[in-house]
Design a protein around this ligand. Structure first.
Ligand code: PMP
Length: 418
């Protein structure tokens, strides 16, 4: 019964719950700006450049079924409660994934999380106090901005260019830190194929960032769900891998990765590597969140990784995403020319662009929805002072044919803005 309905006990009904009932961060909460676009996705014929979801046609159904059959032989691992930090066999398999990415580690240094998003949430729980400052490269992944806000920390945004985070600007800012703010505690970055910009931080900047972290005792939060999806250019090692080259820097890195973009997000398998003192606290924080992750998908992921099925599957999805990215970039260039500027990403799932300044991408989106195509206006990725002419286009979900048609529809929408 709602609080406003009268009951038969004769007691006066109390007022409906109002905002003051809730904890401060949830008094006036704002949901994900991207998830709010979801209802339009179900419109018949809609072509979406909006979400960051992998193409379901690229899921490795056969490989996962084989892994599932193998995993099921150990029913207890699938069905029983498991360790908070993840099944030991999965941690071992993920440690070998990380070693192949150039990171020295063993299973004791890995914690399995329910997607990398849970890792970020745990980290913020153990580390952030209201008012703390977290530096974030901007534009940024909205769920991270949301998590930081709900932790009641302050986001201080940092500029990026085509080579990723502007390290000179960061260095100058740290050297002359605004004394009205607390010293920043951490810096969040997606250095490889960023969501939303698709851009990658250069190796030189990564080294400079590691040096700054040591010098300023600044924790680097490296979010790395996309680096395996490289379709052109040379691989750049993660901050965590490069920490070997900068003494002391490994103590200042928390690294998140995930099977979501390379295998399947529905498995909810992410993992984190962090200094022991952080891991220990995250593990304790997780005990009250869900005790442990579900064993079943962990056992399937283990079997999948142990059979090297992931390594065999990757070239197929990389080729498919490369074709989609090429179709989008060449289509936009041909259909929109100067009306949309962008840099072509070398991997990942996103292309970031800018329509003519003065044109509000939210207005373009309204016209685009009428034409049957969607994207995310760039303003969703800023914590303040958004560049309202920016757009994020994901090429992951639509087919190459749909991308061609979607670009035509987008060009019609943009032309209506003139
Ligand atoms: N970080 C970034 C940058 C992402 O784009 C995403 C997914 N969109 C995540 C984290 C969350 O991934 P997961 O499914 O592993 O929680």
């Amino acid at each position: 019964m709602s609080a406003t309905q009268s009951d038969t006990s004769g007691l006066a009904a109390g007022p409906a719950l109002d905002a003051s009932f809730f904890a401060a961060p949830f008094r006036h909460p704002v949901g994900s700006p991207i998830r709010e676009l979801f209802p339009y996705l179900s419109r018949p014929g809609m072509i979406s450049f909006a979400g960051g979801m992998p193409d379901p046609a690229l899921f490795d159904g056969d490989g996962l079924q084989r892994a599932q059959e193998k995993a099921w032989k150990n029913k207890s691992a699938c069905l029983q409660y498991g360790p908070t930090d993840g099944l030991p066999m999965l941690r071992a398999a993920l440690a070998s994934v990380m070693r192949a990415r150039g990171v020295q580690c063993d299973e004791s240094g890995i914690m399995v999380t329910s997607g990398s998003q849970q890792g970020l949430d745990l980290l913020l729980r153990v580390m952030v106090e209201p008012g703390d400052v977290i530096l974030v490269e901007e534009p940024a992944y909205p769920a991270t901005l949301q998590a930081i806000r709900l932790a009641q920390a302050r986001v201080v945004s940092l500029a990026v260019d085509d080579d990723g985070l502007d390290i000179d600007a960061l260095s100058a800012r740290l050297a002359q830190w605004d004394r009205t703010l607390p010293e920043p505690k951490a810096l969040y970055t997606v250095p490889t194929f960023s969501n939303p910009t698709g851009l990658t931080m250069s190796r030189a900047r990564r080294i400079a960032l590691l040096e700054l972290a040591v010098k300023h005792r600044l924790l680097l939060i490296e979010d790395d769900p996309y680096s395996e999806l490289r379709f052109s250019g040379d691989a750049v090692p993660s901050l965590l891998a490069l920490s070997e080259e900068v003494p002391g820097s490994r103590d200042w890195i928390v690294h998140f990765s995930s099977l979501s973009k390379i295998v399947a997000p529905g498995m909810r398998i992410g993992w984190m590597l962090a200094p022991t003192e952080i891991m220990r606290r995250c593990s304790i924080a997780r005990q009250t969140v869900d005790l442990c992750g579900p064993g079943w998908p962990q056992a399937v992921a283990t079997a999948y990784l142990e059979d090297d099925a992931c390594a065999a599957h990757l070239p197929r999805i990389i080729a498919a995403y490369r074709a989609k990215c090429d179709a989008l970039a060449s289509g936009l260039q041909a259909a929109l020319g100067e009306q949309l500027t962008f840099s072509t990403p070398q991997g990942g799932m996103f292309l970031w662009g800018r329509v003519a300044s003065g044109v509000d991408a939210a207005e373009v989106l309204k016209a685009a929805i009428e034409q049957g195509v969607m994207f995310v206006p760039g303003s969703a990725f800023y914590s303040d002072k958004a560049d309202r002419s920016t757009v994020r286009l994901s090429f992951a979900m639509p087919s190459v044919e749909q991308i061609g048609e979607g670009v035509k529809r987008l060009a019609l929408a943009v032309s209506q803005m003139a």
